[in-house]
Design a protein around this ligand. Structure first.
Ligand code: NAD
Length: 488
């Protein structure tokens, strides 16, 4: 039985590389029924701000599988990235990007690269919750959730197991973001325990990225957050050969989208010279996912053989190794002519198991006791120094709360700030229970009534202060659920 799939030809080089890819899929007798939708620039300009017509969501959702060519997101405000919308709306929580060197046919300084980057695809700064709060300050909310993190960690370990991989490396920045990235690291450790046969390591993302660029062959599976994953997967794709070569899978529990990692390359569009390999590799991952690993392997081996034969598109053409510079369709025809052949030097692939069978255990929320112990009141203020603001806030007539400290851009500036610290117009003022006693570093936080927060906002507003937002301070099972200020 054929599997119904949705395709979209996209923008720029999209239609050219999709045509080449479909030609190869057809020649390899992929058992698929194609349903085409239109997405991208034209649809954006017809007034659909997310780049897809509402009626096409039904086709997408009915088929569960989407092979998508790159699109151009028009610049300027008002347009939402279609990729981000599709990933989040359809719950595509894992972005899987295999990167493999094909040396010497595709030159790279790292002939032994063979890794898979698994990027969390729905959370982090890509939640897209941004605000301008004062004249000086903008903010972007970084959201890392336990269910989201558990899902990506289960997926990464299950993928490693199914793909016969030895090691999973987690990368984040929990030395700085102790709560958000700290949760990501903690859940990696917790779930990793369930996979005793897989080696586990954790690297802080900065040194981790440097090691990826210097010793990529030391890595096997890398699991990381959305933004870090976006950056490192392009770096690794580039150092393994060309951004035109790598495909990616966006996996959800009931839906999956496959694509090239590169964009619509408007600089070379319409010339028939784009490398279709990235989208073809996305299509190969798709075939494995839908249980057609045999056809996926046939196409992959033909593709490897074509590269070995020195039939190369311009982006990977090198006098020393290439025999013929070809355009997009000519390359596709060379792959078709090689269907049934295997590479002679590069390692041939065998039919892979579908990773579509990876099941993620349902999320079980642990019950924790949550206690309200204070509030951070954010103010837009430019009338004076930190000490001036401190004096105003300590003299507010409050029944429940008292000022503990003020920070500016995260650094404590009151009490006992330093004159060297630069202050913008965005102030975070921490109020805690009047009954809290300060011990050495941390006060002994006491529960506060919610009315204490309303009273503080009301009184501050009545005193002429511009309250721009609040953030409640909670303890969970008596553990602090908020960060200390730098210098606190
Ligand atoms: P790009 O990936 O389109 O191009 C970067 C460079 O790589 C260009 O020089 C291009 O010619 C080259 N290149 C890319 N793919 C190639 C291929 N298959 N064969 C040969 N050369 C190739 O990145 P960009 O220029 O930053 O972005 C162009 C547009 O693509 C933007 O509108 C961006 O928003 C969009 N984009 C879309 C996606 C997607 O739909 N998944 C991803 C990234 C960027």
């Amino acid at each position: 039985m054929n599997t119904p799939i949705t395709i979209a030809r996209g923008d720029g080089i999209g239609p050219e590389i999709m045509e080449a890819t479909l030609r190869i899929l057809k020649a390899a007798k992929a058992r698929i029924d194609i349903h085409e939708i239109e997405i991208g620039e034209k649809v954006y300009h017809q007034g659909h701000t997310s780049g897809i017509r509402p009626s096409d969501w039904k086709t997408l959702r009915d088929n569960h599988i989407f092979l998508k060519a790159p699109i151009t997101t028009p610049s300027g405000g008002g347009y939402k990235s279609l990729n981000v919308t599709i990933r989040k709306t359809l719950g595509l929580f894992a972005n899987v990007r295999p990167c493999q060197a094909l040396h010497p046919f595709v030159p790279t300084r790292f002939p032994a690269i063979d890794m898979v980057i698994i990027r969390e695809n729905e959370e982090d700064l890509y939640a897209g919750i941004e605000h301008r709060q004062t004249q000086d300050a903008t903010q972007c909310l970084k959201l890392i959730t336990r269910p989201g993190t558990e899902k990506i960690m289960h997926y990464a370990f299950e993928y490693a197991k199914a793909d016969g991989r030895q090691k999973v490396t987690c990368m984040a920045k929990d030395n700085i973001m102790k709560i958000t990235d700290g949760l990501f690291h903690k859940v990696f450790d917790e779930i990793g325990v369930q996979y005793p046969k897989i080696e586990k390591e954790y690297k802080i993302i900065d040194i981790g990225s440097a090691l990826l660029a210097d010793r990529p062959h030391d890595f096997d599976v890398v699991v990381t957050e959305n933004l870090y994953g976006d950056i490192i997967s392009d770096i690794v794709a580039l150092i393994s050969g060309s951004v035109g070569m790598a495909g990616s899978a966006n996996i959800g529990e009931s839906f999956a989208m496959f694509e090239a990692i590169h964009g619509s390359a408007p600089d070379i569009s319409g010339q028939g010279i784009a490398n279709p390999s990235g989208l073809l590799n996305g299509a190969i991952m798709m075939l494995t996912h839908i249980g057609q690993g045999d056809i996926a392997a046939t196409i992959k081996n033909a593709w490897l053989r074509t590269l070995e034969d020195g039939i190369h598109t311009g982006d990977i053409y090198r006098e020393e190794v290439s025999k013929k510079r070809v355009g997009t369709i000519e390359f596709a025809d060379a792959v078709i002519a090689n269907l049934g052949k295997k590479p002679e030097i590069l390692e041939a692939v065998t039919a892979g198991e579908s990773k579509g069978g990876i099941t993620i255990p349902p999320y079980r929320r642990q019950i924790e006791h949550k206690e309200l112990v204070g509030v951070d009141l954010f103010l837009d203020w430019r009338e004076g120094s930190a000490d001036d603001l401190g004096h105003i806030l300590t003299s507010l007539p409050l029944r429940h709360l008292k000022l503990k400290m003020i920070t500016n851009r995260g650094v404590k500036v009151y009490p006992d700030g330093l004159p060297e610290t630069f202050c913008a117009d965005h102030w975070r003022c921490r109020f805690i229970s009047k009954q809290a006693q300060s011990t050495n570093l941390e006060p002994d936080y006491r529960p506060i009534p919610f009315e204490g927060i309303l009273e503080t906002m009301h009184v501050a507003h009545a005193a002429g202060l511009d309250v721009i937002k609040i953030e409640n301070l909670y303890e969970f099972d008596n553990k602090r659920g908020f960060s200390l200020a730098q210098g606190e």
